[in-house]
Every structure is written in structure tokens, then in C-alpha cells.
Ligand binder design. Structure first.
Ligand code: NCD
Ligand code: ZN
Length: 352
């Protein structure tokens, strides 16, 4: 990384957790990712979800068709794990380079997770095969048991699943604890072996639960896992600022139309991609840890996945910007509101 007080040039980053959706939403949101990131791990929670190599190939083609002509963006596809996933299908997809990873959603934990896993015994054969072939498992780490308080679901998942049996029974399995939101998550990953990593979103580094709920309810700050109390946000900021290579960039950018968020039962998800890299830069600067920014954004993820880092660079300058307003979804008579829309940022991307 080359830095001056007013300029940061880093190897081009990747986004290790991204929702791109499909159809006009896909073509609306993808250019924002392609403008900054070399690759992204694309979440499979479409309706219906992406569960086979054939579906992943077809979805990858739709994504590539929507990539702007001046971009080399590469989508990395994931397989949605269900109670019926066939280990042979997973292995075939991995060996053929179609699937980069498998995504585990506990059933009903989050948006479009109805096809997720209902009983852990149903996935043991798949996990054993993935451990054997070195294929990463990406985990939405929230217990979906309705008796568990929503703010305790990540901690409960760590206790009941990750610590209790998964890391014990499959000690070599590569696991990414996605979008961590708690000190428990950060501690678990820090203390685990190098086969366990975590993605951290920009929003969980910036907002706490007060931001969602004080002075009025803010649907555009609602996502899952929900932001926790301030001590947890501080723990996440310290985790990324420590330079520990287990933590890497994953925006969990999850666009929903304004209509679907500002309603009686609004969807979970924050669309943060237009400004995510600038928000991360601000956080590292506030933590006096800019020397670790590039590894978090551009090296720790590829190292975990056993891939080369990108070769191009991305440059940010200390240029004030106002975050863009609502982005229209063509033909939908609706729009998507970016995270922190209308607020001001001290860094701007000036070039790839
Ligand atoms: C995601 C979505 O909308 O697909 N929502 C979210 O709040 N993050 C699903 C997910 O990643 O949990
Ligand atoms: Zn997600």
C-alpha cells in the first residue's frame, strides 16, 4: 500500500459476501460493485435458491451479462445448503470451478432462508466431504430458535453449533463466520485456527442498535444479524484494526426496494456497496490503523480462499463526498436507498 496523508493506493479489493439479486435489481446494483471490486462471493439466496451447479452456471451467466463492458469483475458462486444437498453435487461444482463455497442458512434465520437447514444431522455428509476437499463453508451464524432473543442469536449459534460440534467434528473444515456482529464472534474467530475466518460489514462497524431505534425507527438500518449494543461495535472495530488476518471485507450489501423496507413488515438488508470501501477507510483511519486497511480489503480474503490477490489497484483520496441518494430500479416504480445516503464521507475513490 502506498499512503500519503491524503491518498491511499491499495491492491484492488474483493467483496467476500454480497447479494446481487436477479433481473433488473441485478443490473441496477452490479455496476456499483464492478466499479470497485475485482471479485465477489455471490450469495445464493434467490427465490428459489441456487442449489445446483446448473443453476449456479445460469446465474453466473446472468451476472456476467450485467457487468459493465469496461470491467473485469468476476463473480464467485456459492451453493445454498439444504437438508437434501448431495455431497457429490457440491464436490462436482467445486472441482469444476463453479462453486467457490457452500452457504449455510439455518432455516428461517434471515431473508429467503426457508429452504435452509432444519436439522444438523442432515448436513453431516456434506460437511465431511467439504472438509476433505478443502471447500469453505460460509455460515449465517444465528440460531433461528424463536425462543432465543434476537440480540443473542449469534452468541447462541457459536455456543450450540460452532463450539459444540462443528469445529470439533470437522476440525479441518474451512469456515467463514459471516457478517459478525458481536464481541463473542470476534473472540471466537481470533482464538480459532487459521481455517476459521470472518467477514465484517461496513454497517456493523458504524452503527449500533441505538442508531436503529432511537428518535424513531430506521428501516434502512435494519439488517440481519441485527446491529448490537455499542460494546460489540467497539469489539468489531478493534478486531479489524488489530490486523488479524482472520478478518476480511464482506459488505453483506443486501438491496431491497424502499417499498419492501418501509412497510408493515420490512425486509432485512442494507445496500452499502456504493460507499463501502470509503466507509471502511474511514473506520481504519478513526482506529489509527490505516496500515492494516489494505490487508483487510485485498489480501486476507484471497489468502483464506487460497486465491491470488488482484493485480490492479484502487486509489482513494481525501476528498469530501456526499453519499448518493435513491437509485431507481427501472420499470419497478421503486428505488433502493444506499446506506448513509445524504451523509458526508471524507474519502472518495478516485480511480481503479
Ligand atoms: C440478507 C438478504 O436480504 O438477502 N439480509 C440481510 O439483512 N443481511 C440476508 C442475509 O445475509 O442475512
Ligand atoms: Zn448476507
Amino acid at each position: 500500500m502506498t499512503t500519503t496523508p491524503n491518498k491511499l493506493t491499495i491492491i484492488q479489493p474483493d467483496d467476500w459476501h454480497l447479494h446481487l439479486r436477479d433481473g433488473t435489481t441485478l443490473s441496477t446494483v452490479l455496476p456499483f460493485t464492478a466499479a470497485h471490486y475485482g471479485r465477489a462471493i455471490v450469495m445464493p439466496n434467490l427465490t428459489p435458491p441456487v442449489t445446483t451447479t446448473a443453476e449456479a452456471i445460469a446465474y453466473r451467466e446472468r451476472i456476467i451479462a450485467a457487468v459493465p463492458v469496461d470491467s473485469d469483475f468476476e463473480p464467485l458462486m456459492t451453493c445454498y445448503l439444504t437438508d437434501h444437498t448431495d455431497p457429490n453435487e457440491v464436490e462436482k461444482g467445486f472441482l469444476e470451478g463453479v462453486f467457490t463455497a457452500v452457504k449455510l442458512y439455518p432455516a428461517r434465520a434471515t431473508t429467503n432462508s426457508d429452504f435452509g437447514v432444519t436439522a444438523w444431522d442432515n448436513i453431516r455428509d456434506v460437511l465431511a466431504r467439504m472438509e476433505k476437499i478443502g471447500m469453505p463453508l460460509l455460515v449465517h451464524g444465528e440460531e433461528a430458535d424463536p425462543d432465543i432473543d434476537i440480540f443473542d442469536r449469534e452468541g447462541a449459534f457459536i455456543d450450540r453449533v460452532l463450539s459444540d460440534w462443528m469445529t470439533h467434528d470437522y476440525p479441518e473444515l474451512k469456515i467463514v463466520l459471516e457478517h459478525i456482529t458481536t464481541k463473542d464472534g470476534a473472540d471466537f474467530v481470533r482464538e480459532a485456527g487459521s481455517n476459521i475466518g470472518a467477514t465484517v460489514t461496513p454497517h456493523h462497524l458504524v452503527i449500533n442498535r441505538n442508531d436503529i431505534l432511537t428518535g424513531g425507527i430506521r428501516p434502512h438500518l435494519y439488517c440481519l444479524p441485527i446491529a448490537k449494543r455499542e460494546t460489540h461495535r467497539q469489539a468489531l472495530r478493534q478486531a479489524v484494526a488489530s490486523g488479524d488476518p482472520s478478518f476480511f471485507l464482506g459488505t453483506d450489501s443486501a438491496p431491497h426496494s424502499i417499498g419492501a423496507k418501509e412497510t408493515d413488515c420490512g425486509c432485512a438488508g442494507i445496500f452499502n456497496v456504493p460507499n463501502a470501501i470509503e466507509v471502511y477507510a474511514r473506520v481504519f483511519e478513526e482506529m489509527d490503523a490505516l496500515e492494516h486497511f489494505e490487508a483487510f480489503a485485498s489480501f486476507n480474503g484471497p489468502n483464506f480462499y487460497g486465491l491470488d490477490a488482484n493485480t490492479g489497484t484502487l486509489t482513494l483520496e481525501r476528498v469530501q463526498q456526499t453519499i448518493i441518494g435513491d437509485i431507481e430500479i427501472p420499470g419497478a416504480n421503486d428505488s433502493i436507498r444506499p446506506f448513509l445516503s445524504g451523509e458526508s464521507l471524507n474519502w472518495s475513490v478516485v480511480g481503479l
